[in-house]
Design a protein around this ligand. Structure first.
Ligand code: ADP
Ligand code: NI
Length: 228
């Protein structure tokens, strides 16, 4: 087991080092370590949790022409090359497939505790100080403005709208469109507690940003109440 995990760490660290849009090796490392923390409270398969958290961002549909099967396929090929048992690798592939968040209307769809743990760990990394940093880094790479008081957040957003690159939004709007919804989507009790702290910190941050932007009477400020 350890040999498999060590080889996976080595492979994914090499592959993701230097990535600048938020899917760098240190994102993966945080998700892996958080997943192991969350797993402490649960009866679960640690090999599945480890492999799924390490391989969850092996590819990214946002940069694969919207292909959501690119990640699962790459993960499968890698696990096959290590000779991972078929039932373990099938489970890991299913988790990676289910993991992509596709808008607020689709609720958590994880079928197993291992999937729930990895999903929580990945979502926690989109929250708090690190979540804020990743979001602005990603927004810049995506070509989005930081904040435009005239562009309103799209509060209910379905999968196709979320993926639609032609609809311009701003990085601040991403908090309303995705990040402020994550706190209510956590699966495990431990993750709920951590998420609430990180969520409150982000609400504070956006409140300060709006006040510094003299946008205290904006729709953005009014909408913050919805997420308290
Ligand atoms: P994950 O790594 O958790 O699977 P995503 O691939 O959805 O998450 O996104 C990676 C990071 O980029 C996250 O921190 C997320 O909030 C951020 N991000 C995703 N889409 C946008 C966007 N349209 N604008 C700004 N940040 C975004
Ligand atoms: Ni991730």
């Amino acid at each position: 087991m350890n040999n498999t995990i060590d080889k996976t760490i080595e492979y994914i660290r090499e592959k993701q080092t230097g990535e600048v849009t938020g899917h760098d090796w240190f994102h993966t490392k945080r998700v892996y370590e958080m997943a192991l923390d969350l797993a402490e409270d649960q009866a679960c398969d640690l090999l599945v949790v480890s492999l799924a958290s390490l391989l969850h961002d092996i590819e990214d549909w946002k940069f694969n022409g919207g292909d959501e099967t690119a990640g699962p396929k790459a993960a499968k090929a890698f696990m096959d090359s290590l000779g991972v048992d078929q039932d373990i690798s099938d489970h890991v592939v299913q988790i990676i497939y289910d993991l992509s968040y596709k808008g607020t209307e689709k609720k958590a769809s994880m079928k197993t505790i291992e999937g729930m743990i990895v999903q929580d760990a990945d979502r926690l990394d989109a929250l708090g100080a690190i979540g804020i940093a990743r979001t602005f880094a990603f927004g810049a790479t995506y070509g989005n403005e930081i904040f435009n008081p005239e562009i309103e957040p799209r509060i209910v957003i379905d999968a196709s709208a979320y993926k639609d690159k032609s609809v311009k939004s701003t990085t601040v709007n991403h908090f309303y469109e995705k990040l402020f919804n994550l706190v209510s989507l956590m699966n495990t009790e431990k993750a709920k507690v951590i998420a609430k702290k990180r969520h409150d910190y982000m609400l504070d941050f956006i409140g300060v940003l709006l006040r510094e932007s003299r946008a205290s009477d904006s729709i953005h400020m009014a909408l913050l109440d919805k997420f308290l």
